[in-house]
Every structure is written in C-alpha cells, then in structure tokens.
Design a protein. Structure first.
Length: 549
C-alpha cells in the first residue's frame, strides 16, 4: 500500500494547486482530443469538434453587430433558417478592458449562451491591436496615451491610427488581455465547446507606407536580420516562395547582415521586415492565449490587388508571397487564411493551399456565389466557408446561402468522410471558365455551365458563377450536388467503351438517410445524354453509370 508521507501530501497539494490555477497544465498532460483541434485526414486537414470532424458552414457578423446583444437578438432564428452552423463574431478589446486591468466578459458570455441556445458554434475574431490595419478597437486609455503606447509613423513622421508592432508595451498588453480572454473561455466554455477556433487580430498590415518609420522601428530596421529567420531560410532553401527566394539570392544569399544587406534596398525588403515583426507580435499574443486554452488559432489577410505595391495594400500581412516569413515568425499560428472580395476566388484559394496550411475562407463578400463553398470544400479540402455580414442578408429562409448551405448540411458527413481522398471533387464555372473535366475512378466527367445548353433557363445580366461537387460512392455510383451545371460522362478505359446512365434520381438526406425523389429519366436526363442541376437552386442527384460497346 502507498504511504502518504507529509512530503508526498505536500507534493499532491502542489499539483492540485497548479491544475486549479493554471488550466494549461491539463493540456500538457493529455491529448488535444478533448478540445477542438486540427487533424490530418488523407491529404487534407480537418477540424475536430466533440471528437468528430466538423465542416464549418459559417457566417461572419458585421464589425459592430456583436457589440450589442439586443441588436443581434432577432437574427439567431435567421441563422438557423440559413443552415449556418457557425457564427464568426468579433470580440473587442475596448469593451473587454474598458479600464486597465479590469475585464468585462458580459458580451462574450451572452454571445456564447445565445449560440448554445440555437445549436451554433462560434469562431471568435480578436479585434485587438489591429483591425483592417488600424488600431480602432484598442481601449481609450491606450488611444489617448501615445507616449506609453506609441503609434506607427509614416516616412515623414506623421503618427497613424496604428499601434507600432515594435513596442513591447503594446505587445505585452495585447498578450495579457488575450490570455485573460482565453482563460475565461476555458472556464466558461470548455465543457460545451461552443467556441471552436479563434482568429488573432484582423487583416494585419501597414498602410500607407510599406514599413513603419517609428523611432523604434528604425532601430530594428538597421539591426541584423534575426538568426531564426536566416536559419529558417537556410533549412528550407529549396522550398521557399519564389518572391522570398529571389530577394535573398539576388542579394547574394547572405547568412547575416541588416535587412537591406540581406534582401537589398526595396519596398519588398520593407515588407519582409514588417511581416517578420507583425508575425512575431501576433505569435506572442497567440502563445499567451494558447497557454490558457489551446484552441486552433489563425490569422486572416486583406488581399493585394494586381499591380499594387506594399503600402498600397496592407504591407506585411499574411499574404501568399509572405508565407515563409509568417511561418518562421509565428509558429503558434496554426494557419493563414484569405478574406476574398475579388472575382478570382479559385485562384486565391489555391494560393493558400500550401504544405502545413489548411484552407479556411473566413470572409467573402456576401454577394458572391455560394458555389464557391462547394469548390473550396470539395476540391481543396477547406475547413469551411463564411460570407461576411451574414445578418444583413434578406429572406434568410430562401436566399442563395440558405439554399446552398441546406444541401451542404445534408452532405457534410459524406464530404468529411471523403475529403483528402480521390473520391471527392469540386468544380467552379463562370463566364471565363465554362467547362471542366474531372476524373473519378474509371470515369471522366465533363462539366459545363448550363448556359452552354440551348434549353437552359437564363437570367438577364452577367453569366452567373455556378458549380458543384461529386462524391464517388462506389466504382459506378456517384452523388452530384450543386447548381447550374450539366455533366456528361466518358470512360477512362482505352477499350472504346461508351458510358450510359443506368439510373438517376433526385433526392435528399434526412437524418443521414438518402430519401429518393423523382426518377430522372427522359426529358430530365436529355434522353440519357446528361445530368443537369438547374441554376437558381441547389440540389442533389444520385447517378449509376454503366459501360457498353
């Protein structure tokens, strides 16, 4: 029998005290399987919630909508009607810490409670030091004390509404309040796990110069490039982004020196410099939060327009050409994400699908086609998708989001089962790209925009963006979902086989079970020629193919 000596009793009391006052201790002794976490699945990465894969069908709130629960109250029912399962909600430093050292979580708790009541998950967006480059969400006691909390400055010395990332007081206070927030989430929500991820800051970047000219920033700029960054570049020399590799090699591939000695004198060097220190600052904030409650954490990027120079867009943010800088500077950030407001949605998504960086689209213009979500989730293995200002969409029971998400909600178990395998594919078509070929198993699917068919119903105006996804259920059977596409079929085999439609039916999943509707034959499959998912709605059809000669 084990004896409880005074020394052992003191030791156990000490351990109990550590666990009580420092919840992160628990996470160091157990796996992350008990809290939301990221996990590899085939060739992709999935978010695990409640020990099951979770597909984010999200909606991001407008910037000010979470600042007042009465304002938000009428919208919870609308979110359910749109088949949203996750709300991305801003959390504001100025409201959490209105006076220094005094924290108020009433709004945070109200948000969590309302989400629970409506069976929704939350992703919290930390509006801390920066939101869209600016520091408009820091408390008044920071805004009004420029001496203690210095600002970034332009080249001509003008102060900006941007906290400089080169000041320790700025960084330390942000890390402190963020850690306090995460500790509160651990205490208030660890059992229910309503909050499943956290975004650290928002659309970081320097405007309108490429770099900060604050006096502290100028000192850092003339110092040696940090050894951690040099070591990272040396260790990953063959895998660096083309932009970083060129800047380094064109200046001689030096392994020491100032920023301009290692990368040359240019706006690009200014941006690399800012990316490193923005990344390090954010890493400190994330690390402080993860010590209290290690939920998955990410940063989002305001994207750069073609031809724009650093400073014309938020310089130094988590953009594709700066991936290596952010990866080296911010290891506590789990992934980088794009906020997409440009039409070339697929191009931007592909740039964010990089080794070790799962795709998540936390913000898109709410007027963009929900077909984007089908493509990102099925073709690129995205964790999820989220239109911006979800509460402002009209007709929640019957808008494009509710129609598109209703089908994705039904298909989520199948999608999550097949993500990262060769049995799932997605397609996105518009006026510029009206045809795509996809191979699955022994078949080639030729997917065309429905406007290529003379009998398709057309709307006035531009050619709409359409798309869908295909799940291979067995060698000859497939589920196809989406909107505005027409699909024909060929054999991959080189034996002159012709592919025919054995049977095709529309339907839906109810409680996970396929319920067949109409058998789609005759005019509905163009006398055995194709499968058509009409535009203006989202639907699912199950098809069985066969081969003949």
């Amino acid at each position: 029998m084990m004896k409880f000596t005074p020394q052992r009793s003191l030791y156990l009391s000490l351990i109990a005290f550590i666990i009580l006052v420092h919840p992160a201790y628990l996470f160091s002794q157990t796996t992350n399987a008990t809290i939301p976490h990221l996990q590899k699945h085939g060739t992709t990465t999935q978010l695990i919630v409640g020990n099951k894969p979770f597909l984010i069908l999200g909606g991001e709130l407008g910037n000010s909508s979470a600042s007042n629960m009465e304002y938000l109250r009428p919208n919870w029912k609308n979110f359910r009607e749109m088949h949203v399962n996750t709300i991305l909600a801003p959390i504001y430093w100025d409201l959490i810490e209105p006076t220094e050292g005094n924290f108020d979580f009433v709004l945070v708790d109200s948000l969590i409670v309302n989400a629970r009541r409506n069976d929704l998950k939350l992703i919290l967006l930390w509006f801390g030091s920066w939101k869209n480059s600016m520091s408009c969400y820091v408390p008044s006691w920071i805004k009004t004390n420029q001496q203690r909390f210095p600002r970034a400055r332009t080249k001509d010395g003008k102060a900006l509404e941007i906290l400089t990332p080169f000041n320790n007081e700025n960084k330390t206070l942000d890390a402190r309040v963020f850690a306090t927030l995460m500790k509160h989430l651990y205490q208030f929500d660890r059992k229910q796990q309503t909050v499943i991820m956290v975004q650290v800051e928002n659309e970081i970047g320097m405007i309108a110069d490429a770099r900060d000219y604050n006096s502290e920033a100028n000192i850092f700029f003339t110092q040696q490039v940090p050894a951690e960054f040099i070591n990272y570049m040396q260790s990953n020399k063959s895998k660096l982004t083309p932009e970083l590799s060129a800047a380094w090699q064109n200046s001689g591939g030096k392994t020491s020196g100032t920023w301009e000695e290692v990368f040359g004198k240019s706006l690009q060097t200014d941006e690399l410099f800012m990316a490193w220190y923005f990344g390090q600052y954010t890493n400190v904030v994330a690390a402080a939060g993860k010590k209290e409650y290690p939920l998955p954490m990410f940063v989002n990027a305001a994207l750069n327009r073609t031809g724009y120079k650093p400073g014309q867009y938020p310089s130094g943010g988590p953009l594709p050409h700066l991936f290596d800088v952010w990866k080296a500077a911010a290891p506590n950030i789990d992934f980088l994400s794009p906020d997409i407001y440009f039409n070339n949605f697929a191009d931007w998504c592909i740039k964010y699908v990089q080794p070790g960086n799962p795709l998540f689209v936390p913000e898109v213009a709410n007027g963009q086609s929900i077909a984007n979500a089908y493509y990102a989730i099925a073709q690129l293995g995205a964790l999820g998708y989220s239109p911006f200002s979800i509460e402002s969409l009209e007709h929640p029971e019957d808008n494009s989001v509710s129609k598109g998400y209703a089908v994705l909600q039904q298909l989520s178990p199948l999608i999550l089962e097949h993500q990262g395998t060769n049995a799932l594919a997605g397609v996105l078509l518009d006026s510029a790209d009206q045809i795509e070929k996809i191979s699955l198993g022994e078949y080639v699917f030729t997917i065309k925009h429905e406007y290529s068919w003379a009998y398709a119903t057309r709307t006035s105006g531009e050619t709409p963006r359409v798309g869908g996804l295909i799940v291979m259920l067995s060698p000859n059977e497939f589920l196809i979902a989406g909107s505005g596409i027409i699909i024909t079929f060929e054999s991959c085999l080189s034996n002159d086989s012709i592919v025919g439609i054995d049977r095709m039916e529309e339907g839906k999943f109810i409680d996970g079970k396929w319920i067949a509707g109409r058998r789609m034959n005759g005019d509905q499959n163009h006398q055995g020629r194709h499968l058509h998912l009409p535009g203006g709605d989202f639907s699912i059809q199950k098809i069985k193919l066969y081969k003949y000669k």
